[in-house]
Design a protein around this ligand. Structure first.
Ligand SMILES: [Zn+2]
Length: 306
């Protein structure tokens, strides 16, 4: 235990291709877990709205123009960039003995965005098979930082179209996996000290006339995604605006680690306003970096002060 840390544990469940659709799907576990949480269905993905670009932004705290990762790159070479450490390396350097885990259905995330030799426990399998492995790991190791990625919702979008009945059904099924992960943290006795997050990397659109969907563009269906956080200091309500890369700043804050200084050519991950009690961060509009229209106020959130 380190009393100086707001949280002893952070669990991130990434749901690939889920976009904003947690809002519309039947997701009882999500609804229960985040009943008193901070939620938005309009977090902005990175551009282009492709997996490596977006997951890379979340785990590295920078935009695709800085990390340069693509699906091809993360699938073909191990991640190594001394100037751009992943969240795992940042946490490991501060906490040599912490249990860290990366369990990704789409293994190129662990392979191509996380450095080697950090002592990160990892496994890969289709999400339904991977979940019991994850739950065992949580109960045994009580991880300090655990990152999970489930891929089948995106698979349903590519196969059947996004927001179609088959897609919504799969999102409902993956919601149960999210519930299993949360339950494992309860079983492990760590839930009170855990910041629990669900995030999507991008959504997707469908061609006229139906059929399989795709993503990569900048339509509302592709660029707006779900982000939800639950924990003892989380402020209940809607997060007014954020980018998916802000996940990095949220994780560092939760574990009591200092984030790098904001730099338009580098670290652009920020603590979203309205997420934690007792914080009132200045949130810089980075729409000129992402090619998005400005929509986040530059005014700091002032309803709570330290
Ligand atoms: Zn993806």
């Amino acid at each position: 235990m380190d009393a100086n840390r707001p949280y002893q544990h952070v669990i991130v469940v990434g749901v690939d291709g889920a976009g904003q659709y947690f809002r519309d799907a039947d997701t009882p576990c999500f609804d229960r877990i985040f009943e008193r949480g901070a939620v938005t269905y309009r977090a902005l993905a990175s551009r282009p709205t492709i997996s490596a670009e977006c997951w890379g932004s979340m785990l590295l705290g920078v935009g695709p123009e800085v990390h340069g990762l693509t699906n091809e790159i993360v699938s073909s070479r191990p991640y190594e960039n001394a100037n751009l450490p992943s969240l795992f390396r940042r946490v490991r350097e501060a906490m040599p003995d912490a249990a860290l885990g990366s369990f990704c259905d789409w293994d190129p995330i662990t392979f191509g965005i996380v450095e080697r030799n950090l002592g990160v426990t990892h496994a890969t399998a289709p999400d339904t098979e991977l979940t019991p492995v994850i739950c065992d790991y949580i109960r045994k190791e009580k991880p300090t930082f655990l990152f999970i990625q489930f891929d089948s919702v995106d698979g349903a979008g590519h196969g059947h179209g996004y927001a179609t009945p088959a897609y919504m059904r799969r999102l409902h099924e993956v919601d149960a996996l999210v519930g299993d992960v949360h339950k494992a943290a309860e079983d492990a006795g760590i839930i009170d000290g855990t910041l629990f997050i669900v995030i999507a990397d991008h959504g997707g659109t469908n061609p006229p006339g139906g059929g399989g969907g795709s993503h990569g563009g900048w339509t509302d269906e592709e660029k707006y995604v779900t982000f939800a956080a639950a924990g003892k200091t989380v402020r209940r309500g809607e997060i007014p605006g954020m980018n998916v890369r802000d996940l990095a700043a949220v994780v560092l804050y939760a574990l009591g680690l200092e984030a790098p200084a904001f730099d338009e050519k580098g670290w652009t991950s920020q603590l979203p306003p309205g997420i934690f009690e007792g914080t009132s961060p200045l949130y810089r509009d980075i729409s000129h970096l992402t090619g998005a229209e400005p929509r986040v106020s530059k005014t700091p959130h002032t309803s709570e002060t330290l």
